[in-house]
Write a protein that binds this ligand. Structure first.
Ligand code: ASP
Length: 439
């Protein structure tokens, strides 16, 4: 069986980190395809190479001198090469990059060089083949990732390489012009390679031992999540839990390949498994709690709204016409409430309200701001009675006023709206009742 391993920037920030990565790869001969990020921060004050490249290229684009900045980037790689005692020079590559910067090759090209160069070092260090992502990962003319063409070309090519290093984060248009994914996109590359290789697992190595039940800035040392389904992860990452790029699950999901999040600095930890479906019970009824502050609710009341065909559409039209997307829309018999991001909504507030009046002729429109949404997610909720009851009694005990409740029909999550000011207290109360009380 083949494993695809992706290493994030902090796992490759220095020669010392590279050595840990080398040991991890050599410890398992199934780890045959490697996707590296660019070197990340060596400490909290450091700058990621990707950010150095964006900065350097911005100067090039303005026609300014960028030699000092490019030399600083080169020094980052040379330090790694020296520390690994490799007989490798990147002089030629840097000459090409300098010329391409002068010719204004574009900021995507510039940023992609971080992964490009790091993958050359990695291939040399491991003695693996090297495949340029620009020749196997494709974007169409609209800039959309072309998954089918990519999969066809890449899976064929991988058959010719028993082992290979493929740089993360970028691919190319049909005409060869480099394009990157959004930031953190090496996670997506790893998933694409895993799909093409029909890997048994996609290991994503980072600097944490997987997902935590909730945000460690709110709860000290929260418990980790052993296993989470793709769908649960979607719900949690949408609400702000971030370890993995949210588009990274799609390629592997098509093939049912599990993702294992692992910690390069603690390889003995089992990490988190992300799977399609599982009969493993999670340790707790809930799998995770995530949330975000900064929402507004717009409640629209109209007597007999429930029997007026097209009422909801007219209300939503007012948001659409102003380019505002909505997050949630719980409704009652004579009222519907639309949750929107406060920062998007603020400037357009009065326009939207008057448009709702014009289009839907409501009795009252009421706006409330500074709200937070909290998602309590868990596949276990479906088969457990009283989950909602326990959440609300915990919140009542903590003196938190619940403004909104929304349970998806999949019974995978319950979304709760509270005041921004109650956000942390609410998360603590939910964590305590489901996790601390169960330990
Ligand atoms: N190096 C890129 C970034 O910093 C991509 C990645 O690390 O995944 O966003």
């Amino acid at each position: 069986m083949k494993k695809v391993v992706k290493f994030g920037g902090s796992s490759l920030a220095s020669a010392e980190q590279f050595k840990k990565v080398g040991a991890i790869i050599r410890a398992d001969e199934e780890r045959v395809y490697v996707v590296p990020s660019a070197p990340g921060k060596r400490d909290s004050k450091d700058t990621k190479v990707t950010d150095m490249l964006y900065g350097c290229y911005a100067l090039a684009e303005e026609g300014k001198d960028f030699s000092k900045e490019l030399a600083a980037i080169k020094a980052r790689y040379e330090e790694i090469i020296k520390g690994l005692e490799l007989n490798l020079s990147l002089d030629e590559q840097f000459k090409t990059i300098e010329a391409d910067f002068k010719a204004k090759a574009g900021s995507d090209y510039a940023a992609s060089r971080g992964e490009f160069l790091n993958s050359i070092i990695m291939a040399d260090y491991l003695g693996y083949d090297w495949i340029d992502a620009a020749t196997v990962i494709f974007f169409d003319e609209d800039g959309e990732f072309d998954s089918e063409k990519t999969n066809k070309v890449l899976s064929k090519l991988l058959k010719e390489h028993d082992t290979a290093v493929i740089p993360g984060f970028y691919g190319a248009y049909e005409n060869g012009k480099v394009k990157t994914f959004s930031r953190g996109g090496s996670d997506i590359t790893g998933s694409i390679v895993a799909r093409a290789a029909k890997a048994s697992v996609y290991e994503n190595w980072t600097d944490v031992s997987g997902f935590l039940i909730t945000d460690p800035r709110i709860i000290d040392n929260p418990e980790g999540i052993d296993t989470i389904t793709y769908r649960e992860l979607r719900e949690l990452s949408y609400m702000g839990a971030s370890v993995l790029h949210e588009d990274a699950i799609f390629p592997v999901r098509r093939e049912g390949i599990p993702i294992n999040i692992r910690n390069t600095n603690k390889p003995e930890d089992a990490g988190t498994w992300i799977v399609e479906s599982t009969c493993q019970k999670s340790k707790f009824t809930i799998t995770g709690i995530a949330g975000k502050k900064g929402f507004c609710s717009v409640s629209v009341d109209k007597a007999k709204m429930n029997s007026e065909i097209g009422f909801g559409r007219k209300v939503l039209q007012a948001f659409e016409n102003n380019g505002i997307s909505f997050e949630h829309m719980p409704s009652g018999i004579d009222t519907m409430t639309v949750f929107v991001h406060q920062d998007e909504f603020m400037d357009k507030e009065q326009k939207v309200v008057s448009e709702i009046h014009r289009l839907a002729d409501p009795d009252v429109v009421d706006i409330e701001s500074d709200l937070a949404l909290i998602a309590v997610v868990g596949r276990g909720m479906k088969s457990t009675r009283g989950t909602a009851g326990r959440i609300f009694s915990a919140l009542a005990h903590a003196d938190v006023n619940v403004k909104m409740i929304d349970q998806g029909s999949s019974e995978l999550n319950i979304i709760i709206g509270v005041d921004n000011a109650d956000f942390e207290t609410a998360i603590k109360a939910i964590y305590d009742i489901f996790v601390t009380a169960q330990l």
